[in-house]
Write a protein that binds this ligand. Structure first.
Ligand SMILES: [Zn+2]
Length: 336
């Protein structure tokens, strides 16, 4: 087993170790591709946990099976979910793994995917049909995360859903909202993403900087009712402070990848309008649906694919990387 480990701030070091022995209910996956994502780059650049293999996303082939395996075959093409359940908490032990209260994440809590082999729980591995390429498979997790948001909000046909996002995830969410028969309204800070929205069928996309116009535009689009649902992605103060203004009375909002800035919500409006706020933190639960959406070409993720880099060149790439390139695309890391 070989790969690259984070050994200090901005330091990625090559390592090589003897093959590991599989534990019960695990599979060994030969990783073919992984992503250099925005989150990975932040972990690399900021003070974080050292002596850990970064990387959250992986597609590859099964190279070794646990003795008790009945679900998978050797050499099967698979995608790995980056979030593991603990197996120890009350919910895990009573068969409600999706509600695990102590989830672990690859590349953050446990060694990740910047390496050639990884041992993962069987429950975190999903077969990829031939019609889904490894490149596309790398984005299954983000689609599954977006589907979890839509499930949480119980999106209904004909509803207006405002998506406040300054990441490319907004484009995935927008497409899925359309797929569910609802109407996405994307509010972004990134002009490239606003421009891209039309290409993927998101008709209403506004630049966040045009503040005054957004509220009046949404008023017009919704016939004065404002949005029944809102999705807030990421950490912009400006965007979060708008949630209550763009929502209808009794609307539901889902927060995703949020930090500690909830205080910026207008609590008075929240109570007055009786808004419901919920959150999603895990991509677990919708991997099969996400794979099916890709296999049947129901979602376009081509715009997410950035440059390619062999694993051996990853330290050099990270050294010279302009982070703004990761705002609109993820870099595909090829392990061979
Ligand atoms: Zn658990």
């Amino acid at each position: 087993m070989q790969g690259y480990k984070l050994t200090g701030k901005g330091q990625l070091q090559y390592f090589s170790t003897p093959p590991t022995k599989l534990k019960e209910n695990q599979l060994k996956v030969k990783i073919e591709k992984t992503l250099l994502s925005y989150g990975d780059y932040l972990a690399y650049q900021q003070d974080s946990k050292y002596q850990i293999v970064l990387g959250r996303y992986a597609v590859g082939n099964i190279s070794e099976l646990a003795d008790n395996n009945t679900l998978f075959e050797r050499f099967q093409r698979v995608v790995v979910c980056s979030t593991y359940t603990c197996g120890q908490c009350y919910n895990c032990k009573t068969g409600k793994q999706l509600l695990c209260t102590d989830k672990k994440q690859l590349g953050i809590d446990v060694d990740g995917t910047y390496c050639d082999f990884i041992d993962v729980p069987m429950s975190s591995v999903f077969a990829l049909p031939e019609s889904v390429s490894f490149d596309d498979g790398l984005f299954v997790e983000q689609i599954s995360l977006a589907l979890n948001v839509l499930d949480k909000l119980s999106i209904q046909k004909g509803e207006h859903v405002v998506i406040l996002s300054d990441t490319k995830l907004g484009l995935i969410l927008g497409q899925l909202v359309t797929y569910y028969g609802a109407i996405p309204i994307l509010v972004q800070q990134n002009k490239d993403i606003v421009a891209k929205a039309k290409d993927v069928g998101i008709f209403y996309a506004f630049d966040d900087k045009d503040d005054g116009a957004i509220e009046s535009n949404i008023f017009a689009i919704t016939g004065g009712r404002m949005c029944e649902k809102a999705i807030y992605v990421n950490t912009s103060d400006l965007l979060l402070s708008k949630v209550d203004r763009l929502c209808a009375h009794y609307a539901s909002t889902c927060m995703l990848s949020c930090d500690n800035k909830l205080e910026y919500i207008n609590a008075e409006q929240l109570v007055k309008k009786e808004l419901t706020i919920t959150g999603v933190s895990s991509p677990m639960g919708n991997f099969p649906t996400a794979i099916n959406l890709l296999a049947t070409n129901q979602i376009d993720i081509s715009f997410l694919k950035g440059a390619r880099v062999p694993l051996a060149n990853l330290p050099k790439k990270l050294d010279s990387l302009d982070i703004s390139t990761l705002e609109t695309k993820s870099i595909i890391v090829e392990i061979n």
